[in-house]
Design a protein around this ligand. Structure first.
Ligand code: SAH
Ligand code: DHB
Ligand code: MG
Length: 220
């Protein structure tokens, strides 16, 4: 599903609220030149992540799914100078592009890119928890396990954000056999049953099409 109005409105808001940014533009260009898939968050979504991290006064952030580091750069900019962001990426090629982009953005001092499948690297993070904010944006069938880990690695007051929970509406198909849609559905069921979080999810449209994100506050 695509809609020219959605993209025009994104461009309108972004042109007013998001100044041209050499490091972010270079990150997208380098990702494109390296043939990474064009699935980074949109500029206004990146800024939303940045603002949410600022509002949460995050000093420690965990990201699952780095790609070329576009969302990583937005999130890392929300951190104080002594903050820390750890981002997990399975593909060494993606991680290499991300490291260059993060370096060019002047953020290599606060960002740590860890290469490996998230389910293999997450158990090593217990000593670095709790994280104030977790952004889940890797393989979608993994979402239930990533949500469990996010809970394990946070504290009351932390924020958990999950990208791509709508996927053009597939999430509402209860009979779906799409592993991505089923992953999101299972995660939403976990969120609903989990007394330690209070959560919602919203649909989004824009230059990335029709999708959405879930946000949970860790309460206990
Ligand atoms: N957060 C990025 C987009 C991430 S795209 C942004 O908005 O800019 C999803 C990324 O998750 C891809 O780079 C993919 O290689 C990675 N990924 C997929 N499965 C993974 C896994 N099991 N562990 C870690 N990363 C994974
Ligand atoms: C896909 C993954 C994403 O994280 C995203 O934002 C959009 C698409 C995908 O795997 O197709
Ligand atoms: Mg995503």
């Amino acid at each position: 599903m695509e809609n020219r109005t959605w993209a025009a409105v994104d461009d309108y808001f972004s042109s007013h609220l998001i100044p041209p940014d050499a490091a972010l533009d270079a990150a997208l260009r380098a990702s494109n030149d390296a043939d990474l898939p064009a699935i980074a968050v949109a500029p206004n979504q990146g800024k939303l992540l940045y603002l949410l991290a600022r509002m949460a006064r995050a000093r420690t952030i965990l990201e699952i799914g780095t790609l070329g580091g576009y969302s990583t750069i937005w999130l890392a900019r929300a951190l104080p100078a002594d903050g820390k962001l750890i981002t997990l990426e399975a593909q060494p090629r993606h991680a290499a592009v991300a490291k260059e982009n993060i370096d060019r953005a002047g953020l290599s001092g606060v960002v740590d890119v860890r290469v490996g499948r998230a389910l293999d690297t997450l158990p090593n993070l217990r000593g670095e928890a709790p994280f104030d904010l977790v952004f889940v944006d890797a393989d979608k069938p993994g979402n239930p396990e990533y949500f469990r880990w996010a809970l394990e690695l946070t504290r009351p007051g932390s924020v958990i954000i999950v990208d791509n929970v709508v996927r053009s509406g597939a999430v509402a198909d209860r009979d779906s056999d799409d592993p991505a849609a089923r992953g999101v559905q299972h995660m939403v069921e976990l969120m609903a049953a989990e007394p330690r979080v209070d959560a919602t999810a919203v649909q989004t449209v824009g230059v990335k099409g029709y999708d959405g994100l879930a946000i949970a506050l860790v309460t206990g």
